[in-house]
Design a protein. Sequence first.
Length: 538
Amino acid sequence: MVHVAAVTTIGDVLVRAARDRPDHVGLVLPGERHTYRTVHQRSVEVARSLRAMGVRRGDPVGLLLPNCSDFVFAFFGAALLGAVVVPINARFKRRELAHVIPDADLKVLLTSDIVADHVDFVALLHDSLPTLADAADPLALGLDEAPALQSVVLFGQRRPDGMVSQAEFVALGTDVDPGEIEFERLRVRLRDTGLMPYTSGTTSQPKGCILTHEAVVRDWFAAGERFEIGPDDVFWDPCPMFHMSGIGPMLFTFGVGGTFVTLTHFEPGMAVRQLEEELPTIIYPTFPPITMALFRHPDFSAERFPQVRAMLNVAPPDTLRLMQEALPQATQISCFGLTEGAGVISFNSLDEELATRLDTTGPPLPGVEVQVVDEVTGAPLGPDQPGELCIRGYNVFLGYHKDAEKTTQTIDEDGWAHTGDRGSLDPEGRIRYLGRVKDMLKVGGENVAPSEIESHLSTHPDVHMVAVVGRPDERYVEVPVAFVELSAGATASAEDLVEYCRGELASFKVPREVRFLTEWPLSATKIQKFRLRELLAE
């Protein structure tokens, strides 16, 4: 097995790659290829500019950016200084941004106009921070709605009101000696806070998760070993870079000096073309909306990608089986993770049997403990007994930013973080994920896991995506309702899908209603089921 380099700080991951493989292409985006030397040089430039703006060790720096090279340069640039990187969900709108920017105490916020046709971050920020456009000095904003925010920097060609242009930002850094950045890098400690992502929002208010450099790097380096990743691997990851599913794989790919490939905006046809051009050995589509769109695109066929040896997806077992069949030469593995655990807790190994890889998410990563407890009493449970999954280890977050009460509710006196996820451990200690604790339906006194219904409906040939939630019911307390997006050209009716469940599922599990959607309420990667429940209430 190939071992990733020894655990280090986030910034040192890049420094080591640039030292050991300076001319190797480390980062690829459509139309762009960057060697590790270039990525390091550009990241140092960002660090110099941030330093010139007064950013010091421990200062929060926000990244409101799509997948792009500027995200990577800014991510590592801030990390080299010892600043706290705050990746912000690029899907957030006015209400969420107006909460996150002041809540995180951002000192500088970096954004971009390269995707203005899809998302206009300038307009969003002016809407979220009403006094920004009228600020007299873009280098010292002094906003009532975000008192800590000193500057907003826009990567691109424009210089909107209240913001620092990219040209101005770069010019500021020319007066800072690169040796000063090197000095700051050497001061950063493994247990310093390195990252503060905001939870993706399956509940109503995002919360900042405080993560150390050690938690993030050590956790994801261990994940890379489950892939047996090496310096000759090309790793394709279409997930958003503000999410741990984008940040983590980039870290372990850089950790071995491999090539990390992503794209600014996922579009199935563009993704297929990128796969043909870059010939990745490992792919990481991860989430059903991405994976199924890719595999069902008319230009996709397994025969065109014989070099793909491994892939990761997270879905119910029946859906995972369909994905494995779509790319049979690649060993499909799955994982269990959450932001509060630095992104990932367990991974399958490539040598596990298919049945095991479909049914479990593998054993916990080295140094991570997992136990299952009764959801009411908190008593530990034995093998194959379902309950709440709890985690403990180096990768557990230090707490929620500015929310000591919620932190105490989540991390108990013995250091166990209660995930809110339901699952069990098989006799060998592998995790079997069963859904969110709060998602569990109570239908006439019977416990119903939405994931079981979703798994069955996903096998219907006309179903592209499905999510099941509960609807209040006078007789049964609540009953299951399925939200479904049909595949292109499909004609299945609601009655067809209900009938598909009858005789296959217990009668109390059969959806009482099917509603069709073409657009889903999404966080970074997950369907926001509370929004679906709101649709039912309406």
